[in-house]
Design a binder for this molecule. Structure first.
Ligand code: TXA
Ligand code: MG
Length: 326
C-alpha cells in the first residue's frame, strides 16, 4: 500500500490518475465513506476490486463522476425525473440507478442492465472523478464501511493499492440509493425520504410501503453487512440486555442522555460510546464497531428513532446485528 497525504495530492494528482488509467486501484475519501476505486471501463481492474474485497460477484458497484457530461458514456437514457434530483442533490450523497450504456463492462453492474451513478461532493473525490471510477466502500466484504484512512489500512495494508488520506469522512454512512423510475429507495442514507419527496413525490422506501418482493432489487440488500467481529445487538431495552450478558465485556453505544441517566455500574466506562445527535452517531458508528470489537465480547446499541438519518442508521444496525432484541 502506498499512502498519499491530502496536502501532497495536487502535486501527485497526475501520478494517481495515471495509476487509475493503467489499471491500478485507488482508495479515496468521499463525503460518506472511503471508496476502493478502479477505472470503470477497465474490466480487469474492476475484477480486481471484487477480488480484493472478496465481494460476491452479483453485487454491483457505483460509478463516481465529477461532471454531467460523463453520464453520456455510462447510461442509456436520463429519465426526466432524474434531472431534478441531480440538480438538487449532486454533488452529494445520492446514487441514482439508470439503464446501463452497453459500453460499460457488465462486471461493473454485476451483469444487470442498470448502472448506479453518483457525483460525490468531497474535494478529493471531485479531483479524481473526471475519470469514471467504479468504487464500492473500501472495506473487506461483511466488514464495517471505512470512515477513516486507518480503517482502509486495517483491511488492505498488504495490497498493491494507493490510499489517499483525507482524514475522517463527514457523514459516515453510505449514500442513499434510489431507483428513479420506480421511485424506490433501495438503500436509505443521509438524504432521507422527507427531503426526496419534495422532488420526487412518488418516492417510497423499498420494503416499507410496498408488499414484500421475491426478487431482490438491490443485490447489496441480501448480504450480511457492516458487521463487527463480536455479536452486535440492536437493543430496545439496555438494562435487560446488560443483565442477559452478565459476566461478559459489554460495549455500549447510546445517547448521552441515556449515559448521563446512568448505565450499569459493572460496565467499564472505556466500553461506552455516547453521542448527542443522530448525525454524530452516523459519523462514528462504523468507527465505534471497529474500536469496540477489539475490547469487548458483545456490543449493545440502543435503538434510535427511525426519522431523518435515523432511518439509515437503523437499516445499517439491522444488517449488522446478530440479533434485534425486543
Ligand atoms: O456512499 C457510497 O455510496 C459509497 C461511496 C464509496 O461512494 N459506496 C458504496 O458502495 O457504498 P457499495 O458498493 O458498498 O454499495 C453499493 C450499493 C449496494 O447495495 C449495491 O447493491 C447497490 O449500491 N447497487 C449498485 N449498483 C446497483 C444497480 N445497478 N441496481 C441496484 N442496486 C445497485
Ligand atoms: Mg459497501
Amino acid at each position: 500500500m502506498e499512502i498519499i497525504r491530502e496536502g501532497d495530492l495536487d502535486e501527485k494528482l497526475d501520478y494517481v490518475k495515471k495509476k487509475l488509467l493503467k489499471g491500478g486501484i485507488v482508495a479515496f475519501p468521499t463525503e460518506t465513506v472511503y471508496g476502493l476505486g478502479a477505472h470503470a471501463f477497465d474490466e480487469k481492474a474492476v475484477k480486481k476490486i471484487f477480488e480484493l474485497k472478496n465481494r460476491p460477484p452479483d453485487n454491483p458497484l457505483i460509478v463516481h463522476i465529477n461532471n454531467l457530461k460523463m453520464l453520456g458514456d455510462l447510461v442509456e437514457e436520463i429519465p426526466s425525473k432524474a434531472h431534478l434530483l441531480m440538480e438538487k442533490f449532486w454533488p452529494g450523497p445520492l446514487t441514482l440507478i439508470f439503464k446501463r450504456n452497453k459500453k460499460v463492462p457488465a462486471i461493473v453492474s454485476a451483469g444487470l442492465d442498470t448502472i448506479a451513478v453518483r457525483m460525490p461532493s468531497h474535494p478529493i473525490a471531485k479531483k479524481l472523478c473526471d475519470i469514471p471510477i467504479a468504487a464500492p466502500s473500501a472495506n473487506k466484504s461483511t466488514r464495517p464501511s471505512p470512515t477513516t484512512p486507518e480503517h482502509v489500512i486495517e483491511d488492505f495494508f498488504k495490497e498493491d493499492i494507493v490510499l489517499i488520506d483525507g482524514g475522517k469522512t463527514e457523514i459516515g454512512l453510505e449514500s442513499t440509493v434510489i431507483d428513479v423510475v420506480s421511485g424506490e429507495i433501495l438503500r436509505p442514507g443521509k438524504i432521507g425520504i422527507e427531503e426526496l419527496k419534495e422532488w420526487l413525490p412518488s418516492v417510497k422506501i423499498l420494503g416499507l410501503s410496498s408488499p414484500p418482493q421475491k426478487k431482490v432489487k438491490s443485490p447489496g440488500m441480501k448480504y450480511r453487512h457492516y458487521s463487527p467481529k463480536v455479536p452486535l445487538i440492536l437493543s430496545e431495552n439496555l438494562k435487560r440486555d446488560i443483565e442477559r450478558h452478565d459476566g461478559k465485556r459489554i460495549g455500549i453505544i447510546a445517547s448521552c442522555e441515556r449515559v448521563r441517566g446512568g448505565i450499569d455500574k459493572k460496565i467499564s466506562t472505556g466500553f461506552v460510546r455516547e453521542y448527542s445527535s443522530l448525525e454524530e452517531l452516523a459519523a462514528n458508528l462504523f468507527q465505534w464497531f471497529r474500536e469496540l470489537e477489539k475490547e469487548t465480547d458483545v456490543i449493545l446499541v440502543e435503538k434510535v428513532e427511525e426519522r431523518g438519518i435515523g432511518v439509515a442508521i437503523v437499516n445499517r444496525l439491522k444488517k449488522a446485528a446478530s440479533k434485534v432484541s425486543s
